[in-house]
Design a protein around this ligand. Structure first.
Ligand code: HSE
Length: 400
């Protein structure tokens, strides 16, 4: 029997507990031994909950128990998760986590520490919820040179944008539903300001390209600025607004960004709706690959964590190889990348043409005293100069 301890009995931790019990026999068959949840650590009490018998409020119970081989960190945040993870690894325990904040901040360090201690630090659930993307990058795609990673990496914002588009819901109403369904972060600014997607694209790109990309190098915009008028314009153009996370690894350097973008119906990401996430990769041998599935939620995320628990259980005292190194990636600014922009403009058509060239005006009944148009390709600096010159740009959204 292999003993497991779960740190944090929130949406994901409770999901892991449930998956390990629900699929107990199948998992035992696959590991070759039974997995037993010996402890659940949480500050709270859960009267009547199945975890009650194994609940502890003291981390030392877990740390000092030599029979606990695998620790599941589903607390989220940096503190005390970082300290707890380091201590577990140094005590010879493998750690599996869904904590993208910690992985983006200290993932390489913790992976190196795990290697020194002959254990594993696995974080499949940190990106794309239940989508098995990290394992695919670490194993199936290791013979490829990957040069592009992009996708919809945050379930909450995709849920909000879909509800605003399909049901005409307000931002606030859709966010409340996402929170009720357990998709959103404790502080939902992390979702709606794009920080969560930023961390995930930094992690995925680091693994895909084999050099460390810090999330601080990812230019990030969220969706708090997107309103019903933007959605109406997008609809008239046959486009959808999606929060995209993207990176490119080019000969000149690597860039990464997160921003709301207009996606057309030919793009597979157009049909990724609700809490679903999708990751697109391009490799020089494999070509285009898409991964698609639930990006948040208790059981899908728990499935990814539990898969990592099985991997750890199958490789006790053997560190699985990973090519994510601490060597920093040479980054270039995504501001220099050229995009087309959809512009909401409060001046005249003549004024718009003088600055942006030929345009096709688009009008929606929801917007008074303005019209919209799509520009040619500009870097952010070029676009900002034009916007300033015209003095009439209400808002601009990139086209993917
Ligand atoms: N808040 C995150 C999301 C949870 O909405 O995608 C999964 O990482």
């Amino acid at each position: 029997m292999i003993n497991v301890a779960i740190l944090g009995y929130g949406t994901v931790g409770a999901g892991v507990y449930k998956v390990l019990h629900m699929n107990r026999e199948k998992i035992a068959e696959r590991v070759g031994e039974e997995l037993n949840v010996r402890y659940v650590l949480d500050l709270r009490d859960f009267p009547g909950d199945p975890c009650e018998d194994v609940l502890t409020h003291d981390y030392n119970d877990i740390l000092n128990d030599p029979d606990v081989a695998i620790v599941v960190e589903t607390m989220g945040g940096l503190r005390p998760a970082f300290e707890f993870t380091k201590k577990a690894i140094c005590a010879g325990k493998s750690v599996c986590t869904s904590n993208k904040e910690l992985v983006a901040e200290h993932g390489v360090l913790l992976r190196d520490l795990a290697k020194e201690n002959n254990v594993n630090y696995l974080f499949e659930a940190s990106c794309g919820g239940g989508i098995p993307i990290i394992h695919a990058l670490d194993s199936s795609l290791t013979a490829d040179e990957i040069d592009r990673v992009s996708g919809i990496l945050n379930g909450t914002t995709n849920y909000i944008l879909t509800a605003m588009t399909d049901k005409g819901q307000s931002f606030e109403e859709a966010l409340r539903e996402a929170q009720k369904n357990g998709f959103a972060e404790l502080h939902p600014e992390a979702d709606v300001e794009g920080w969560d997607a930023c961390r995930k694209i930094a992690i995925l790109s680091s693994i895909a390209y084999g050099r460390h990309i810090t999330y601080k190098d990812v230019a990030t915009e969220g969706i708090t600025n997107i309103d019903a008028v933007d959605i109406a314009y997008a609809g008239v153009m046959g486009l959808k607004i999606k929060l995209l996370a993207m990176s490119r690894n080019t000969d000149d350097g690597t860039w990464a960004m997160v921003a709301p973008m207009l996606v057309d119906a030919d793009n597979l990401l157009y049909n990724v709706n609700g809490v679903l996430n999708a990751v697109y990769l391009h490799g020089n041998a494999v070509g285009d690959v898409y991964f698609y599935g639930s990006g948040a939620g208790s059981l899908p995320t728990a499935s990814a964590v539990a898969g990592d628990i099985v991997s750890c259980a199958r490789h006790l005292r053997k560190t699985l190889r990973s090519d994510w190194t601490s060597e920093p990636m040479k980054m270039i600014s995504s501001e220099d990348v050229k995009f087309r922009y959809f512009v909401r403009f409060s001046g005249t058509e003549e004024e718009a043409k003088t600055v942006f060239g030929e345009i096709e005006p688009i009008r929606v009944e929801q917007a008074e005293g303005e019209f919209g148009f799509m520009t040619g390709e500009f870097s952010r600096k070029e676009f900002d100069e034009k916007a300033e010159l015209s003095g009439r740009v209400v808002k601009a959204i990139r086209r993917a």
